[in-house]
Write a protein that binds this ligand. Structure first.
Ligand code: A3P
Length: 279
């Protein structure tokens, strides 16, 4: 079938005929994934939450600190996007053990593999995602941050509601082999510690150096600068933008903050999150 090619274009839409196509496409993808034995699962994450960082960390863990793969192979080949793998053969050709990346929601995937789910304070996600919209030519230009924030809270952005995504995957925690990691933890804890990998001190130092924000910002295989300008307009900014915790404070007005907090409480009030974000 060819309709699954529509997947990226329609995910996160508001409804209408495209939703049916999307449902078929996601169902097909989920079936394909279930039928394929995986050794290592996706670094799953809502958008703008640390996906690229986790791809880099896992690449370095797989290579035991050898930076050559991360410096010579683009990250979309090292940890391919599930959304862009169009046949079971292509999935099998990714080798084993394999790393895969996706932003897909839990309800369509629930894959039989180990999953690392990276989440981030949604206020920082909204800010990062807003800036990403200026770069990404395949996404609509947000008229203002305020307008974008409204869409973010309504879940009418690409890949849909942040709240649903996080709750959906949290709901899988007793059924799947999932490790929840937050972007904020990545800033504080050594990757080798939370992933439980005993690494020699030299290897760990190499990994931490290579995966630092500044090293990744300058690595063309990780910073998306190789993506053609028709897809990402590099004159509008960098994908590796700031890489800090709490940048929302320089974007949110007191009114936006109050609205966000109310909405967060309504959606996430009863949720047992792996970490409490500074709200
Ligand atoms: P900012 O826009 O806040 O700078 P994703 O890869 O899920 O799309 O997330 C992108 C965000 O992760 C961007 O956030 C980017 O700068 C940040 N990021 C990527 N690698 C990082 C690193 N090594 N250290 C800190 N932040 C990183």
């Amino acid at each position: 079938p060819t309709w699954h090619l529509l997947l990226l274009g329609v995910a996160g839409d508001k409804g209408g005929p495209a939703t049916t196509v999307r449902a078929h496409a996601l169902g097909w993808l989920a079936m394909m994934c279930r039928a394929t034995p995986w050794c290592h699962g996706p670094a799953l994450t809502p958008t703008s939450a640390g996906t690229t960082w986790m791809q880099e960390i896992l690449t370095l863990l797989f290579s035991l600190g050898d930076a050559r793969p991360a410096k010579t192979i683009p990250n979309w080949e090292r940890a391919p996007w599930l959304e862009q793998i169009y046949s079971r053969e292509a999935l099998q050709n990714t080798g084993s053990p394999r790393l895969l990346t996706t932003h897909l929601p839990a309800r369509v995937l629930a894959p039989p593999c180990s999953v690392i789910y990276v989440a981030r304070n949604p206020k920082d996600v909204a800010v990062s995602f807003y800036h990403f919209h200026h770069l990404a030519k395949f996404l609509p230009d947000p008229s203002s941050f305020d307008a974008f924030l409204t869409q973010f809270l309504e879940g009418t952005v690409h890949y849909g509601s942040w709240f649903d995504h996080v709750k959906g995957w949290l709901g899988q925690r007793h059924l799947l082999d999932i490790l929840y990691v937050t972007y904020e933890e990545l800033h504080q804890v050594s990757p080798a510690v939370f992933l439980g990998c005993p690494l020699a001190p030299g290897t760990l130092a190499a990994l931490e150096q290579h995966c630092s924000f500044s090293a990744m910002r300058d690595n063309a295989m990780a910073n998306y600068s190789l993506i053609p300008a028709e897809i990402m307009d590099h004159s509008q900014g960098r994908f590796m933008r700031k890489g800090v915790v709490g940048d929302w404070r320089s974007h949110f007005s007191p009114e936006q903050n109050a609205l966000f907090n109310r909405r967060y409480q309504e959606e996430m009030g009863d949720t047992e999150l792996p970490s409490q974000w500074p709200m």
